[in-house]
Ligand binder design. Structure first.
Ligand code: HEC
Ligand code: HEC
Ligand code: HEC
Ligand code: HEC
Ligand code: HEC
Length: 372
């Protein structure tokens, strides 16, 4: 072949290849692939209560304090993507949306680097994960609990008190621990900050695909040997602390948390029965704490009904129930920040132990700087 022609063809091939590389770099996935992942995710689940809850209201509008997380209009309004004030929802939002592409993809959302939490603490220097953190942060924090119970004797039933609900799927509040103060933190205790984990799995979107929300288990196996499928994640542990005092330091940290969570529930039930005199049960439906009318410790269908909600709240019950429910609202807590929730549960047990008998002396409270 003529050398000149060969040179031209080579240059053209190099150009095509570099265009392709640039394209893959900036647009690593096709829109089709991204869209089909999103369609399978719960963010696009138009039938979910999260997106239909206000449909029957008259008029059907989502209140300003709910719209940010429950509608694309509300999120864009909050971001200022609709030209309105930034970081504030100005108007009630119309119903009929889910978390559409345009909620997360607009200039203000792409440029956002900081996120304020309900505690009013702000986390800076964030990347695109900031988008997720605005909605997965809950609605309450330590301060709300402190304010509600201030000035009342610990074990007195107070009519004005009620259950304080952190709200759903509070992953970011767990992950940032003491930096977000999403749990109820006791004033005399220290709590761990953000769970740094490892550089490659530090942010929401390094673990969760932003569109499918899914985790790629193989990415965990690189460091956590023996992890083959999803169910193995619950057997991961990296310390030798027997947090739940059962003598087993082989079980996953998820199981240590689960055991402590159950101990707090048992202690809450003892406290309600013995100290308050009104037995209590917890059911996985709003408003979660109900009166155990027949005092059998179990949830019966007619007991878990709104009119039967628990109403004999003392300051001690408010703060320990808050933490119990907080841990329930993050099923990924053991990955997001195991030590933070272990601390919250341990401290809640120690709190209840002042009045009822818990096995607190057998347990280990994780320290704030430990990495054993
Ligand atoms: C900071 C973001 C945020 C705000 C603000 C918010 N929510 Fe939610 N809410 C969520 C998330 C995340 C879920 C997802 C729950 C799930 O499906 O597990 C949710 C779920 C719900 C659900 C559905 C529960 C279910 O069983 O699926 C209802 C109802 C709800 N919220 C009501 C409200 C109301 C009322 C307000 C305003 C007072 C509000 N939310 C404000 C984040 C928020
Ligand atoms: C819940 C928020 C959210 C929604 C909804 C969302 N995206 Fe994304 N998207 C992201 C984030 C965050 C990234 C950045 C990922 C990164 O930097 O690793 C991203 C990245 C992308 C990319 C770049 C390719 C890639 O994978 O990095 C494309 C293209 C894209 N999104 C298109 C879409 C389309 C089309 C939709 C609707 C079908 C959509 N997105 C919905 C959050 C979202
Ligand atoms: C505009 C608010 C909003 C944003 C932004 C948002 N989410 Fe969500 N997310 C929700 C709501 C609401 C639900 C519950 C949806 C439902 O009930 O169908 C949810 C559900 C989830 C779930 C639960 C999936 C399941 O199986 O239950 C995961 C995981 C999740 N989001 C991760 C993310 C990640 C990662 C990001 C950032 C890329 C993100 N979310 C951004 C509001 C949001
Ligand atoms: C180290 C990886 C990792 C990081 C970082 C991470 N997650 Fe998760 N997340 C997981 C895993 C694994 C699960 C599932 C746990 C399970 O189901 O046992 C999970 C669960 C969740 C759930 C609950 C889903 C459900 O089934 O209800 C939500 C919501 C969530 N993550 C959102 C987030 C958000 C928002 C961030 C950033 C603030 C984040 N995650 C950071 C790994 C991670
Ligand atoms: C690059 C290595 C690396 C990757 C990848 C990784 N981890 Fe980890 N993981 C660690 C290290 C190191 C620790 C201990 C960190 C510490 O204690 O401060 C840890 C701790 C944990 C813990 C807490 C264990 C305990 O006993 O407290 C869980 C759970 C966990 N990882 C789950 C996951 C999941 C799920 C994934 C995949 C989404 C993942 N990890 C990916 C390195 C990694």
């Amino acid at each position: 072949m003529n050398p000149k022609r060969l040179a031209i063809i080579t240059v053209i091939l190099i150009l095509i290849a570099s265009l392709f590389v640039t394209y893959r770099y900036y647009w690593p996935e096709s829109i089709e692939s991204v869209s089909s992942k999103w369609e399978e995710s719960t963010h696009s689940d138009a039938g979910s209560d999260s997106f239909t809850h206000w449909d029957e209201d008259d008029p059907p509008l989502i209140p300003t304090n709910c719209a940010k997380c429950h509608s694309t209009y509300g999120y864009r309004d909050f971001m200022g993507a609709d030209g309105s004030t930034e970081r504030q929802v100005d108007e009630q939002a119309e119903t009929g949306t889910v978390v559409f592409c345009s909620a997360c993809h607009n200039d203000p959302a792409h440029e956002m680097t900081s996120v304020a939490f309900p505690s009013e603490n702000t986390i800076d220097q964030l990347g695109r994960e900031a988008i997720c953190m605005q909605c997965h942060q809950g609605l309450r924090s330590t301060g709300d609990v402190e304010q509600a119970i201030a000035g009342y004797p610990e074990d007195q039933v107070v009519d004005e008190l009620q259950f304080i609900n952190v709200h759903y799927q509070v992953a970011a509040a767990t992950l940032f621990g003491n930096e977000a103060r999403g749990g109820y933190q006791y004033p005399d205790q220290a709590y761990v900050d953000r769970f740094k984990h490892d550089d490659t799995v530090e942010t929401c979107i390094e673990c969760h695909d932003p569109h499918s929300q899914r985790i790629t288990v193989e990415e965990c196996s690189v460091c956590h040997l023996g992890v083959v499928d999803y169910s193995d994640l619950r057997s991961i542990r990296t310390t030798e602390n027997d947090y739940d005092g059962d003598g087993n330091i082989q079980e996953g940290v998820a199981l240590e948390i689960e055991a402590l969570h159950q101990m707090v529930y048992a202690a809450l039930q003892d406290y309600a029965r013995e100290e308050i005199g009104t037995p209590l049960i917890y059911a996985k439906q709003f408003p979660y704490f109900f009166i155990d009318s027949d005092d059998d410790g179990e949830v019966d269908q007619e007991e878990a009904a709104f009119p039967n909600q628990y109403s004999a709240w003392t300051p001690r019950l408010v703060r320990t129930a808050y933490n119990y429910h907080f841990v329930h609202e993050d099923p990924g807590a053991y990955v997001h920040n195991a030590r933070y929730v272990l601390q919250l549960l341990y401290d809640s047990l120690a709190d209840l132990d002042q009045v009822t008998d818990t096995a607190i002396e057998d347990l280990v409270r994780p320290g704030t700087e430990e990495a054993q």
